[in-house]
Ligand binder design. Sequence first.
Ligand code: ZN
Length: 282
Amino acid sequence: MVRKFYERFDGWPVAAIGVAVFVGVAYGAYYTYANLLREKAGLLSKLETEREVNYGLLLRVREKEGIINSFQGQINEIFGTVGTLEKLAATDEELLKKYSRVYFLNENYTPSKLEDIEEKYLVETASNYQLHADVYPQLVRLLDASAKEGLDIKVASAYRSFGTQSALKSAYSFTYGSGANTFSADQGYSEHQLGTTVDFSAGETGISGTIVSTKEYKWLKDNAHNYGFILSYPENNAYYKFEPWHWRYVGRALASRLHDEGKHFYDLDQRIIDTYLIKLFD
Ligand SMILES: [Zn+2]
């Protein structure tokens, strides 16, 4: 009977074993696959958690950064203000003062630092050859730029001390009588005593009104403001006779404003002029 059974089911054991092996392998594979899915889900959830943690950290970092930046801003502001105040305190306010019947430069005033003007920039007859040391580089730039244009601009006069001016004035008085002893002469004199003012000569003009008809003068009118220089007493001004050779350094910012707006230094309110003191040597 048993034998018959085997006979009847001849080949089944092999098939049964095959099926068993297949099921086993399939189950194993499925088991592994399921495990992998579980692990993946676990990792994803872990990642999500870490992301949240990281995001939280990121927020905190940003928050700190914000605080740091705001501190940095305040620190910069404080240092900036200190820097501005220091700069302002170190800048001689006389250098941008308008001189008038009521406001004269003290006779004992001398510029904080003077520099000799290189000989090649001077006319042969120049007797005043010094300029304020912070203005001198701008003068050199101006003269070099004009020379590049083929122009012949030279310095005929620059810094004049009180003593030099007094001597000049008495010479003028001797020649021209009391007419030279006017308020206006004192005004021009103060500007030279500052060390920031020069009298230019073009070609052979020397210090004279003939400079007006030169190409050098035209160039100065169009370009001197780029180097911080302005005509103190331009044509038709209400303060002094026209002095086309007399140029004062007031800084590039103020000179450019005056040039662009077609205004004169002495027409501007002193309070407005004073706001340019901080930028005087920029
Ligand atoms: Zn002058």
